[in-house]
Design a protein around this ligand. Sequence first.
Ligand code: DAK
Length: 257
Amino acid sequence: MSYENILVDKSGAIGIVTLNRPQQLNALSYGLVKDTALALEELDRDPEIRVMIVTGGEKVFAAGADIKEMADAGAFDERVQGRLAYRDRINKITKPMIAAVSGYALGGGCELALSCDIIIASETARFGQPEINLGTIPGSGGTQRLTRLVGKYRAMEMVLAGDFIEADEAKRLGLANKVVPVESLMDEAKKLAQKIAAKPPLAVKFAKESIQKALNTPLDEGLEFERKSFYLLFSSEDRREGMKAFLEKRKPEFKGK
Ligand code: DAK
């Protein structure tokens, strides 16, 4: 499939989606959100791909929802509803997604990074939820995922005052895994992606699902989910191969079965 608002690259087992509306600072238009969701779903189905990287390039990750497109829209306009529906599909991707964030990640851009499983930030990354300045509030997890991550008080400050936080503070708050120089952002993201891509794919998939459960369920329910996934993986060929390879002191060959 070809896309108008994003670039899609494949490098071995890694799929890279680059938001590509540089003149508008990668503002998340209906078209861009649709393209991103469809491309990620395509990569999610691709048996050769094991990890995805979502980036906006070196200058900007995404300056939020496209304000020009939204300015005169009603809540129930087809495109507004459609955009949110495509947005929700991004949260259902089963393979790990790494956000490589440089420059502004604001509003829907910050929320897109939060929908990824790991965030690598460049030194220029700025995270923020400035929706309040436009008379609205975050609508794709900015009051929910962000609060679970950084806690009530920091989330309140970001959402109520619309303040941006810098890369180092994002790391301190647990919002970014790592802060690296801009020039090495993609190399660092790819290095981590390759490390994960070499792991047994079924275990990676179940681990991601299980950690996501931790954010959505009470502890008992999450533990039960984890235990069932754990049992299920015991019947996988890769689990047998992993243990056999350890005992035979060789590198395992995982097949995703
Ligand atoms: N949308 C559209 N265009 C944008 C944009 C955006 N979010 N952000 C920047 N641009 C455009 C600018 O208009 C400008 O275009 P031209 O004037 O050159 O044509 C170009 O990108 C360069 O921007 P600046 O000239 O402003 O660049 P600066 O470096 O001076 O400033 C900035 C960078 C990121 C600080 C600034 O551009 C800025 O504050 N941008 C807006 C940030 C923001 O507020 N983002 C939106 C958050 S709201 C929903 C309800 C709510 C939402 C969604 C759905 N439903 C009920 C369905 C809200 C979601 C949000 O994300």
